[in-house]
Ligand binder design. Structure first.
Ligand code: HEC
Length: 193
C-alpha cells in the first residue's frame, strides 16, 4: 500500500498545532479522536452496567455483541469505518491488516522508547485502490484492575468459569495475559476522502 502523506505521530502539542493548515487533516484528526472517545465512553458504560448486573460472564455478552454493535452504529453515524484491533486478538474478525499491524508495532516501539501510552495515536492518508483514505489509530491501554474490569477477561488471573466461556466462544483467543499499562490494541478508523 502506498503512503501518500505521513501526517504526524500526534505525540505532542506543538506537532499537532503545526498541522492546523495541513490540508484540513487536523480537523479529521480531531474528529477521529472525538469518535474514539464516544466509542470508549459507550463501551465502558455498557460494560460497567453488565458487570454490575451479572459479573464477567454477563459482560462477555457485551464485548461479544454490543461492542461490534457500537462500532457499527458509529460507523453509520459518522460515515466512516470504526473498529477495534490488536496484535493478539480474541476474535479473529478483529485481526489487523498490514497497515494496522505496522502501526501497532510502532506503538509498542514508541512506548518502549518512553512515550506516554495515553498519547499513542497515528494518522495517515493512504492510497486505497486508487482512492485516498484517511486512517487513524488510537492505542487502547490496559487500565489497572481498580479502575476498570478489563483484566478480569484479558489478564493473567482469569476466573475459571470466565475462561471456560471465553474458550467456548473464542477457540482462537490470544487476548489473555495482559498487565495494566500494556497496549491491548487500538481503535481503528478509516474514512474515504
Ligand atoms: C467480560 C469480559 C471482558 C471484559 C471485562 C473486557 N473484555 Fe475486551 N473483549 C472481550 C471479548 C469477549 C472480546 C471479543 C469481542 C468480539 O467478538 O469482537 C473482547 C475484545 C476486545 C478488543 C478487540 C480486539 C480483540 O481482541 O478481538 C479489545 C481492544 C478489548 N477487548 C479491550 C478491552 C478493554 C480495554 C477492556 C476494559 C475497558 C475490556 N476489553 C474488557 C471480553 C472482555
Amino acid at each position: 500500500m502506498k503512503r501518500v502523506i505521513a501526517i504526524t505521530l500526534l505525540c505532542c502539542a506543538p506537532l499537532s498545532s503545526a498541522l492546523a493548515d495541513n490540508h484540513g487533516n487536523q480537523a479529521r484528526v480531531d474528529r477521529s479522536k472525538a469518535v474514539v472517545q464516544e466509542f470508549f465512553g459507550k463501551l465502558k458504560g455498557e460494560l460497567e452496567a453488565a458487570m454490575k448486573e451479572g459479573g464477567p460472564i454477563k459482560a462477555i455478552e457485551v464485548c461479544n455483541r454490543v461492542a461490534p454493535g457500537i462500532a457499527h452504529e458509529l460507523s453509520s453515524k459518522h460515515d466512516m469505518n470504526v473498529a477495534r484491533t490488536s496484535l493478539k486478538t480474541r476474535n479473529p474478525d478483529n485481526a489487523p491488516d498490514a497497515w494496522e499491524t505496522a502501526v501497532l508495532k510502532k506503538f509498542e516501539e514508541r512506548k518502549a522508547a518512553g512515550e506516554s501510552p495515553d498519547t499513542l495515536a497515528f494518522a495517515e492518508v493512504v492510497d486505497s485502490g486508487g482512492k485516498k483514505e484517511f486512517r487513524f489509530m488510537k492505542a487502547i491501554i490496559m487500565p489497572p484492575a481498580d479502575k476498570m474490569p478489563c483484566l478480569k477477561c484479558h489478564g493473567t488471573d482469569i476466573d475459571p468459569a470466565v475462561a471456560a466461556k471465553l474458550d467456548a466462544l473464542y477457540p482462537k483467543d490470544m487476548a489473555r495475559g495482559y498487565k495494566a499499562g500494556d497496549v491491548r490494541g487500538a481503535f481503528t478508523l478509516r474514512q474515504p476522502m
